[in-house]
Design a protein around this ligand. Structure first.
Ligand code: PLP
Length: 394
């Protein structure tokens, strides 16, 4: 009989020469289970998605309840659909006052696409500034903003007038000028190996955008909804963006994204041309219902408050001669272990001892720790033991 793994390799479009090839049949909390009953701790949350763990009851219940009412009805922006309205209202109430209009999409890349189109439309400018080693998605617009030429080269030509600068280098902020439509950046550069902007630098950058009339677009796609120990990553810097992008954890495991802007800016999509940005499935009612349940739980429980304490427990329990640095904020951590070879061996040893980790797209000497935010303190101690055991095997 042909195995599921062979079928996977034959029939699914592949993204690398070496996929994990682990088969997962069910998942619950921080654990994922193979059909043979092997149990793995999920240390990466499907890359910053499953912040409430797997099969989180309030989210699953909300999705099921919506399924019993209706699935897709109409393309986005035409019918009044309660799950979208309720979610938008809740989200806006969590954000600074100026961010009061939500446009729903299906993914992070789409949120970025919508945000940069909006910035071009409203400023009438075309130049965009993004950052070296940034990751914003794989569609053409989002890819144009990514800061790694090896990753982009095969797909050129991409968007023109995108200029890449280095994070935390003040002098390069002079690139922001009167022709600049927007500056796009992550509140923590996740795929660059968890690089953190300096607070003063971020403030300076926001000020420069204001002076030059360029819109500041923040990518909160990995950092949003509690991962850094604040509801939103930008709250670590005391700044307010002009447009903010969400996806990943927003749906509690269901696909949904959004970009949020002041209403007077967002309204520019209504005219010249009409239907300036449209999507069939954006804000799918089942995803929107699941998302509201997830965000409500994150906001109304003490989950976010506890994230910093949980980060500390990881830091205290991860002592090993191969670990040279643990970088990050909250439960978005990069653990440096010297080389890509070590990371590859650790990923393999992790599977053997029972946890899943990975590396970063643009940084290969560190492995990722981004577990569900509701991992318990005891579970953290347990998985740190597994990590040390795996490090001893490499
Ligand atoms: N922005 C950041 C910071 C991301 O990490 C990602 C995905 O990893 C994206 C954007 C793109 O999101 P998606 O894969 O949902 O298109």
């Amino acid at each position: 009989m042909v195995s599921k793994r062979e079928l996977f390799l034959n029939y699914l479009g592949q993204t690398s020469e070496s996929p994990y090839l682990i088969e997962i049949e069910k998942a619950d909390g921080i654990y994922m289970y193979s059909p043979e009953g092997e149990k793995y701790v999920d240390l990466i949350s499907g890359v910053s998605v499953s912040s409430l763990g797997h099969n989180f009851k309030p989210v699953v219940d909300a999705a099921k309840a919506q399924m019993d009412k209706h699935l897709h009805l109409m393309v986005y922006g035409e019918f009044v659909q309660s799950p979208q309205v309720d979610l938008a209202k809740y989200l806006v109430n969590l954000l600074p006052k100026s961010l009061n209009s939500v446009y729903f999409v299906n993914s992070g890349s789409e949120a970025i696409e919508g945000a940069i189109k909006l910035a071009k439309r409203v400023t009438g400018r075309t130049k965009m500034i993004a950052f070296n080693n940034a990751y914003h998605g794989s569609s053409h617009g989002a890819l144009s903003l990514c800061g790694n030429e090896d990753f982009k080269f095969a797909f050129r030509p991409l968007l023109p007038e995108v200029y890449q600068i280095n994070l935390n280098e003040y002098s390069q902020l002079d690139e922001i000028d009167e022709q600049t439509a927007c500056v796009v950046l992550e509140t923590i550069q996740a795929e660059a190996g968890v690089q953190i902007p300096q607070k003063e630098y971020f403030k300076h950058l926001a000020q420069k955008c204001k002076e030059k009339g360029a819109l500041l677009i923040l990518d909160e796609i990995q950092t949003g909804f509690g991962r850094t120990g604040k509801m939103f990553g930008f709250q670590n810097y005391d700044i307010v963006p002009d447009i903010v992008c969400f996806a990943k954890a927003m749906g509690g495991g269901m696909p949904i994204g959004a970009f949020v802007a002041p209403k007077y800016i967002m309204d520019s999509f209504k005219t010249n041309p009409v239907l300036g940005h449209i999507t069939t499935f954006g804000g799918h009612p089942v995803s929107a219902a699941a998302s509201l349940a997830a965000i409500k739980y994150i906001n109304e429980s003490n989950l976010v408050e506890l994230v910093v304490e949980k980060e500390m427990i990881f830091r205290q329990n991860l002592k090993h001669e191969l670990i040279s640095e643990i970088r990050g904020n909250g439960l978005l951590l990069a653990v440096e272990i010297g080389s890509f070879q070590n990371v590859l061996k650790l990923v393999k040893a992790g599977i053997e001892v029972g946890f899943i980790t990975d590396w970063f797209i643009f940084h290969d000497s560190a492995f990722r720790i981004a577990p569900p935010l509701n991992i318990s303190n005891e579970q953290i101690i347990e998985v740190c033991g597994l990590i040390i055991e795996a490090l001893n095997r490499i």
